[in-house]
Design a protein around this ligand. Structure first.
Ligand SMILES: Nc1ncnc2c1ncn2[C@@H]1O[C@H](COP(=O)(O)OP(=O)(O)O)[C@@H](O)[C@H]1O
Ligand SMILES: [Mg+2]
Length: 385
């Protein structure tokens, strides 16, 4: 359009050379076109870099337009809520927080519980952008998954409630008996003897509970540091078993394989594992039944492929209902509370066992058949080198 036919070879418009006013106009248009192209490139680069920034942020982010519809989401949001995005967007508490943010121009938060497919607790923070960004973004929603945090909080508070309750019961009984001894039983010597016996039992129960609670908290403190000592399991099993001999009088059988690899461990903690498992087998196993402790190479596919050893403690008692198996290692979980208390249990033995095995990077498996008995298997990794 800017070409002058006189200066250009005919028939080849691309080669025509403009001159004069037309040339200046042509050059101006060309400059404008270049500037526009550069601007478009810059805008495109800016859009891409803002997308890169959004996508590299670890927190799920949603960007809303002024019409309060979803405008964009970052990679973290798509990864975390891909399938549930519609449920998130529809959630009345989130919609409410967005509306409040637009009305007040101040950041708003909402605790949103997503029921499907697994219950999740998400905190949404709505931040209004004023003025609206050039790309139309009017509000930012930051989603943080609080599910784990809330579960830990609940567990901690359940633990404190349970521990206080477990201590309060024997303490109330001791206080009650002290009152009785001071008042109605002040001159009743046979009653005093009986009550003192019960008080001693309750005090011993509190003592055991405090010992177990301290044990548990010490183990938890060191759980992230694997133990460093070499432990001779054969010697350890024989010595723990010897401690039970008087109580189990000939009912304890050892089946120990020789020539197994050494393990790296904390001998006191491994003795505690073995002691708690044999104690349970003695308490909850059959009255006159056998308790078997075996040490051998791991067999079957349920154990890690790395070199390791397997310790198993089994009894031929009444067993454990299948539904209770997954919960046995929870603190204070007992199949039969009254029975456990009656035999001096605290409900913490298996929780301690689990934490010690975790610290040793080992594994625990519980097998039980009702009416036939139970088997607690502990896999421990072989020491390296
Ligand atoms: N060998 C076993 N046979 C049957 N039930 C068992 C056995 N070992 C543990 N249990 C059940 O698991 C529960 C939790 O065990 P544990 O944590 O050691 O607590 P505690 O022995 O103090 O009650 C016990 O109360 C009992 O119900
Ligand atoms: Mg126990």
């Amino acid at each position: 359009m800017a070409a002058s036919p006189t200066n250009s070879p005919p028939g080849n418009p691309a080669r025509r050379r403009p001159s004069g006013r037309c040339a200046r106009i042509a050059a101006g248009i060309d400059r404008q076109a270049r500037r526009l192209a550069a601007l478009a490139n810059a805008a495109d680069a800016a859009r891409r870099s803002s997308e890169t920034i959004l996508d590299s942020l670890p927190d799920p982010l949603l960007l809303f337009g002024e019409d309060r519809t979803l405008y964009r989401s970052n990679a973290a949001a798509r990864a975390a809520f891909g399938g549930e995005m519609a449920a998130v967007l529809r959630h009345p508490l989130l919609r409410g927080a967005i509306d409040r943010a637009f009305a007040t121009k101040a950041p708003q938060t909402a605790d949103v519980t997503l029921p499907v497919p697994v219950a999740r607790e998400v905190q949404a923070t709505v931040i209004l952008l004023d003025p609206v960004l050039a790309d139309g973004t009017a509000a930012l929603v930051v989603l943080s998954d609080r599910t784990r945090e809330r579960a830990v909080e609940r567990m901690r508070s359940d633990f404190v409630t349970n521990a206080s309750h477990e201590l309060r019961t024997p303490l109330a009984s001791v206080i009650g008996f002290i009152d009785t001894l001071r008042g109605p039983a002040a001159d009743d010597v046979p009653a005093q003897r009986r009550f003192l016996g019960i008080m001693a039992e309750q005090a011993a129960r509190m003592h055991r509970l405090i010992d177990d609670l301290l044990s548990l908290s010490r183990i938890e403190l060191t759980e992230h540091q694997p133990p460093a000592d070499r432990v001779d399991l054969v010697k350890l099993i024989r010595s723990v078993a010897a401690g039970f001999e008087p109580r189990l009088a000939g009912r304890l059988r050892l089946d120990i394989a020789e020539g197994l690899p050494a393990v790296t461990g904390d001998a006191d903690q491994l003795a505690q594992v073995l002691g708690n498992l044999i104690d349970n087998a003695a308490k909850y196993g059959g009255e006159a039944g056998e308790v078997r402790v075996s040490l051998g190479p791991p067999a079957g596919t349920r154990w890690p492929a790395r070199p390791g050893v397997l310790i198993a403690v089994s009894d031929d008692g009444p067993g454990i209902p299948r539904a209770d198996l997954p919960r046995l290692t929870e603190r204070f979980y007992r199949v039969d509370k009254a029975r456990s208390r009656g035999v001096g249990g605290t409900g913490l033995g298996l929780a301690i066992v689990k934490h010690i095995i975790n610290r040793h990077r080992g594994q625990l498996a519980i097998d039980s058949e009702e009416g036939r008995g139970s088997m607690f298997s502990v896999w421990l990794p072989a020491a390296e080198g």
